[in-house]
Write a protein that binds this ligand. Sequence first.
Ligand SMILES: Cc1cc2nc3c(=O)[nH]c(=O)nc-3n(C[C@H](O)[C@H](O)[C@H](O)COP(=O)(O)OP(=O)(O)OC[C@H]3O[C@@H](n4cnc5c(N)ncnc54)[C@H](O)[C@@H]3O)c2cc1C
Length: 415
Amino acid sequence: MRDGVRDCIIIGGGASGLFAASYLTYLDPDIKLTIVEKMPRVGKKLLLTGSGRCNITNASTGKDDYNTDNVARLDTVLKSFAVNETVEFFENYLGLVLTSKDELYYPLTFRSNTVLDCLRFYIEERGVETILEDPVTKIAHSNNGYSVLLDSGKLLEAGNIIFACGGKSFAKTGSDGSAIDLLKTFVKDEDIIPYKPALVPLTSDKPGIKSLAGVRFNGSIDIVSDGTDYKRAEGEILFTKDGGLSGIAVLDVSDAARELIDKGRSVSASLNLTGKGSGDILRMLFIRRQLFPSRTVSNCFSGLLNRVLLDAVLKDIKIDGKLIASSISDQGLIKLSNTIAGWLIPITGTKGFEDAQVSAGGVKLSSLTDKLEYSNSRGLYVIGEAVNVNGICGGFNLQWAWSSAVAAARGIRNV
Ligand SMILES: Cc1cc2nc3c(=O)[nH]c(=O)nc-3n(C[C@H](O)[C@H](O)[C@H](O)COP(=O)(O)OP(=O)(O)OC[C@H]3O[C@@H](n4cnc5c(N)ncnc54)[C@H](O)[C@@H]3O)c2cc1C
C-alpha cells in the first residue's frame, strides 16, 4: 500500500475500472494508482457476461449499435480505441488468447474468469493498490485535486478520479445505481439522466401468453406503435414464464419499446415466427394443405412451426386446429400466413433492473470531453456504464467499457 497523494483513484473495480487501471499502468508504469471496490472482489459483473463466457467485443462495432445523447463523441471514443486495438491489447499485453465466432470475440477458454484473471494479474504485478469491500461514500475537492472518503472512514487523495461505478442492473454485482449520487457535488443535475433498464425482457398482458412459457424460436421482432415500425431485430425470441418476451432479439429492441411507453404510446411487438415473408409462408401453407388434406389443421402445418406456438396462433385468429385441413379456405390460409409473419403482441412495459443486462442513462456523454473528463471539473473522468451509452447485445457494451477506459487513461496521461 502506498501513502500520500495518488495520481489517480479509480472508483469501481468492474470491467471499465480494471481496464483503465491496466491501460494507465501500461502508459505509465510508475503511476500511483488505487482502485476502490465496494464488493469483496473485483469484476463480479464481468464474470456473468456472455453467460459466463464473456463476449468481449464485436468486430462490427460502430456508433449505430448504441443509444446515447452524443453520437459524434461516441464515434470518436470508439474509433480512438477500436476493436483491433482492443484485441491487440488483450492478446499482446494482457496475455489473453481470443477466438471469434462470426463477429463476436470470446476468450479461447470461453470462460469469463480467464478475462478477469488477465486483468487482475496485470495490475497486481504493476503495483496497483486495490481496496476491497470499502465503498466510496463521498468525493470532494481538495488541495491536491480530490479527496475520496471510504465507508471505513479512510480518506484518500488524488489528482484525478475515474468514476467507473457502472449502472443499475444486476445490483447483486455491486452496481446498484446509488454511486451516481457521489457525483452530484460536481456534476449538474441536468447532466445526469436517471437510469432505466435496457437490454431487458418485455412484458405483455395478452390473454393466454403464459401458456407459451419456455417456447423459443428464431425469427424477428418489430416494435410498432400507431402503425409505424420503430425498431427491428432478428434472432432468438423466447416466451417467458411470467407472460413476457425475452431472447437476444427482444433485448435489442427493448430500449425503443420503453421509450415509446414512457411517452404514453401504445406499443405492440410484431413477431415474425419463422423469419420468412408472408408470401413464402403462404406458399408453404398451400403446399401442405395439398399434401395432407385429411390431417387436422394443427397436424398439417406442424412441420412449419413449434406445435405449441402454432396452436396459440390458430386460437388467436379463431381457426379451430382440430378441423380438417382441406376445409380451411384460401382466405383462412392468407390470415394464418399474415399472422405467422407478423403476430401482434401488446407490450405493457419492461421488466426491472434485476432482469436488465445494462442500464440506459447516467452522466450525459455531451457533458464530457472526448477524453471523458467532466467539462466543468478538471481531473474527474466518467467511464463505462456510468456514462449515458448503452449498446445492443453482442459485445458492444464491453467494447464501450474498454474504449472509454482508454480515453480516460490517455486524458490523465495527456497522450
Ligand atoms: C448478465 C449480464 C451479461 C452480460 N453480458 C455481456 C456480454 O457478453 N458482452 C458485453 O459486451 N456486455 C455484457 N454485459 C454488460 C457488461 O457487463 C457491462 O456493460 C459492463 O460490465 C459495464 O462495466 P462497468 O465497469 O461500467 O460497470 P461494472 O462492471 O458494473 O462495474 C462497476 C463496479 O463499481 C463498483 N461500485 C459501485 N459503487 C461503488 C462505490 N460506491 N464504491 C466503490 N465501488 C463501487 C461495483 O461494485 C462494480 O464492481 C452483461 C451484463 C449482464 C448483467
